[in-house]
Design a protein around this ligand. Structure first.
Ligand code: SF4
Length: 375
């Protein structure tokens, strides 16, 4: 199979169809609210956006209908059907609210959803609901995941790693496996919006978590990360390790890794084969984000404005942006500029921008110290 060419088209296009949502989660990028806000793309503008996406070649991106809560848009299925009429792959990222009914699950299936993602931010009600701010939401989330699995959907569970839930990651992995989800996508916090009130992990803790996630990828579900691309560096390092060697010793991992990996074994037993996903996408390389009002960004957590779909051609914005070209060619500074894993990993461009105001700077959350390449 030839490698995916990210120069011409993203593989995932996240469309924040609305900011409206019945939840108000602490780390939400959109700082969600109960109603749509002025400037939200109309049905006609949304249809036109989908029409414009047809000119992405050699393949259409997967459109992820996100929010806010996409179910807060009355025209959601009309937009989804329009995309499907062109053969575009689609997915949904709904909030767990009373709108996520069995009928809604069936309609998503009928319209041709490739996957549905649901957020889970704790292994128990107290932790998850501390983030989601709705009593009873943990059990509603379990019900929603089981119902979607029952309806035959490919279900992805999204978890944002924070200080308040990091010790529960092995228990969350066990829930992902036990509830029958297909994919576990782990987000590493970027300090933005309500997320700024939460504490990020240290680089060493991120390293411990990334190695733990590699261990967790051996239990049947696909595992990938968002804004934690050094996971791909860890996957490469771990796959190159002699099976008789102890990763904790070789990579000098900390107590967090020991606690999480021991708990994982206790809960899930002997590991199978790894299903860690290591496609080298990053913000602006294979990923593109359209906000509720049509603004185009390299990713939802990277507020570097590229243009607006109401006035600009989205294909040109993606292909011709100098910043995105540099991101795609792994032209970075700092440690990411010297790193042998720059193409496969490349660091979180959103975190570099949030920290240094420079989307090409190094990712400060990565613990790796590149070894200089001797000429
Ligand atoms: S230094 Fe940068 S490119 Fe290298 S592994 Fe860390 S984040 Fe990735």
């Amino acid at each position: 199979m030839s490698p995916v060419n990210f120069e011409q088209a993203p593989i995932l296009l996240f469309w924040e169809t609305t900011k409206a949502c019945l939840l108000a989660c602490r780390h939400c990028r959109a700082e969600a609210i109960a109603e749509g806000v002025p400037g939200q793309l109309t049905t006609e503008e949304g249809m036109r956006l989908i029409d414009d996406l047809r000119t992405f070649t050699p393949r259409f991106p997967v459109i992820i209908f996100t929010g806010g809560d996409p179910f807060m848009r009355a025209d959601l299925y009309e937009l989804a059907a329009h995309a499907r009429s062109y053969g575009m792959p689609i997915g949904f990222a709904p909030s767990v609210t009373p709108l996520l009914t069995r009928e809604a699950a069936r309609r998503m299936h009928e319209v041709g959803a490739k996957a549905v993602s649901i957020s889970l931010d704790g292994a128990d009600a107290k932790t998850h609901e501390g983030v989601r701010q709705v009593q009873g939401h943990f059990f509603k989330t379990e019900e929603a995941v089981r119902m979607l699995v029952d309806e035959g959907h490919t279900v992805q569970i999204n978890t944002t790693v924070m200080r308040s839930n990091v010790e529960q990651l092995a228990d969350i992995a066990a829930l992902v496996a036990g509830w029958g989800a297909n994919i576990w996508e782990v987000f590493f916090l970027i300090v933005v919006g309500r997320g700024s009130q939460l504490e990020e992990l240290t680089p060493q803790e991120n390293e411990d978590v990334a190695h733990f996630l590699f261990d967790a990828s051996h239990y049947g579900f696909i595992l990938r990360t968002v804004e934690g691309p050094w996971f791909r560096r860890v996957v490469a390092q771990r796959k190159g390790l002699d099976p008789l060697e102890d990763p904790a010793v070789v990579f000098d991992l900390g107590p967090l890794y020991h606690r999480l990996s021991a708990r994982l074994r206790e809960l899930l037993g002997e590991p199978g084969n790894s299903r860690a996903q290591s496609v080298g996408t990053r913000d602006g390389k294979g990923i593109l984000f359209v906000s509720h009002d049509g603004e185009v960004y390299p990713a939802g957590f990277l507020p570097y404005r590229l243009g607006n779909v109401k006035t600009d051609d989205i294909v040109t914005l993606y292909r011709d942006s100098d910043l995105l070209r540099s991101i795609r060619s792994a032209t970075f500074t700092g440690r990411c500029g010297e790193c042998g894993y720059a193409d496969a990993c490349g660091g979180s461009r959103a975190r570099a921008f949030a920290t240094f105001g420079d989307a090409l700077a190094e990712d400060p959350a990565c613990a790796y110290q590149p070894v200089p390449i001797l000429g």
